[in-house]
Ligand binder design. Structure first.
Ligand code: XIL
Length: 453
């Protein structure tokens, strides 16, 4: 856009804030610094990248090391399920799940709670109860688990796999469905909201990844819940794929139609059987679909290494059984906008502190422009950051805000450090901005590597 020469810096800045406030900014040009891990690259896109974790493997250094380096969220693979937490009525066992939760918390990772009400991995005492008793037991189970982890869980899979496969669109037969009827799902969500109002409450299922009879049935339930004020915040798409059940061509469209109902969507148990390029391409398709849907808040793969996958023979994960990065890993990292294999970019040096930077032009006129650089912490919290911005000569920066600058001798490379905004939680962002005199050059500046401490 053209602006009169007299257009003042203050006015330019006011316009910038107005644009920011209405969130109508278009990224005219951006370049992210190399991001070396799944978690930090996803954070650069405002998403988390998680994995299912088994407490029994946390003592294995390669397992814990890969987890801590690469992932920004965890889901206990089995440890929060009913058979693991309440195998005897009203006797709760949290030790294994606690181990995962405290590990994740110490690394600043998000935690997905999985799962409160599910027909599988359900102790036989639950299936044996009569209706009234079952209702009490279900609400008690939800209450005890959510209270124990209150304030620590990003999202709970409140109800898992409640619908049948195939064309019927019917609810699956289960003790809950058979004895309590359709209303048990709504009741579970209402109980969950009353216990931990800060946790996002999700419905989670498989074979709902594309538009089909089963996902239509879930869609109608979510639509009904939203219209009646039943508390639901998100829908999880398990995304267990193989050659018989490949990534559907309408995967993104399906995520989007759920998001359009006013819920977040998440990819919750991603694994894709196969190897090599074919597997890598399918993974990239899934990641790109999530990034294309603004309410897709994150992705979780169902395990770190093929060695411990629940479908190990299908080698469905990103790391092989020796923890080597597979082509699928590179494809995911690239799709997330990170660097290829080898990592390195953006690492603050050994502490797990990483950050990424993205440049956006926020205003543009005849002889100047305003730029903004968003700094996002990776999978771990950071207490400091530094990045460079290189300006094409003969551009000159006339004002800088929310950062402090030093310049190289050529006067083209500006190194920026925080002023008040050094501390960032994992995945959190801050930004600094500047006004530039073009002096004849309209090219965008380039951001360098972000270094965090
Ligand atoms: C699987 C676990 O990965 C296995 O270790 C366990 O034996 C069975 O359950 N849908 C879900 C997950 O919601 O909880 C399941 O996890 C995989 C399918």
């Amino acid at each position: 856009m053209d602006m009169p020469k007299a257009f003042s810096r203050r006015a330019a800045r006011a316009l910038t804030s107005a644009l920011l406030a209405t969130a109508t900014l278009t990224a005219l040009s951006h370049s992210a610094a190399a991001a070396g891990t799944l978690g930090s690259a996803a954070a650069g896109k405002g998403r988390y990248f998680g994995t299912a974790v088994a407490a029994s493997h946390l003592g294995e250094s390669a397992y814990a090391g890969t987890l801590d380096r690469e992932f920004s969220a965890v889901t206990p693979e089995n440890e929060m399920k009913w058979d693991a937490t309440e195998s005897t009525r009203n006797t709760f066992t949290f030790a294994a799940a606690d181990q995962i939760v405290s590990h994740a918390q110490s690394k600043g990772m998000k935690i997905r709670g999985h799962t409160l009400v599910w027909h599988s991995q359900l102790p036989s005492w639950v299936s044996g109860l009569g209706a009234a008793d079952l209702r009490t037991a279900m609400n008690n189970h939800i209450t005890q688990l959510m209270q124990h982890y209150k304030g620590k869980i990003y999202a709970w899979d409140v109800v898992n796999e409640a619908f049948q496969d195939g064309s019927s669109g019917a609810r699956r037969s289960s003790p809950f469905q058979d004895k309590l009827g359709d209303g048990y799902i709504e009741e579970a969500f209402r109980t969950a909201r009353s216990v931990d109002p800060d946790a996002k409450l999700c419905y989670n299922d498989y074979n709902t990844d594309g538009v089909n009879a089963k996902s239509n049935a879930v869609y109608n339930m979510v639509k009904d819940f939203k219209s009646r004020g039943v508390p639901i915040d998100c829908v999880g798409f398990q995304s267990h794929f193989n050659s018989a059940s490949p990534v559907p061509s309408d995967y993104r469209a399906n995520l989007q139609r759920f998001a359009d109902l006013g819920v977040d969507v998440q990819i919750t148990e991603l694994d894709i059987e196969g190897s090599g390029t074919a597997q890598a391409n399918s993974y990239a398709t899934v990641v790109k679909a999530c990034l294309a849907v603004s309410r897709c808040t994150g992705m979780t793969v169902w395990g770190i290494t093929d060695k411990y996958s629940w479908r190990s023979s299908g080698t469905p994960l990103l790391f092989d059984s020796n923890y080597a990065e597979k082509p699928a890993y590179d494809a995911v990292l690239t799709a997330l906008g990170g660097s290829g294999s080898g990592g390195g970019g953006g690492n603050g040096g050994g502490t797990g502190a990483t950050c990424t930077v993205v440049f956006t032009k926020t205003a543009d006129w005849n002889d100047g422009y305003n730029g903004q650089v968003t700094v996002t912490a990776g999978a771990a919290p950071i207490t400091g950051w530094t990045t460079t911005v290189t300006f094409p000569a003969p551009q000159k920066v006339s004002t800088l805000w929310n950062g402090s600058a030093s310049w190289d001798s050529s006067g083209t490379v500006m190194t920026v450090r925080p002023t008040y905004n050094a501390d960032l939680a994992a995945g959190a962002s801050t930004s600094f901005g500047f006004t530039v005199q073009k002096n004849g050059s309209s090219s965008a500046p380039t951001v360098g590597t972000c270094t965090a401490s």
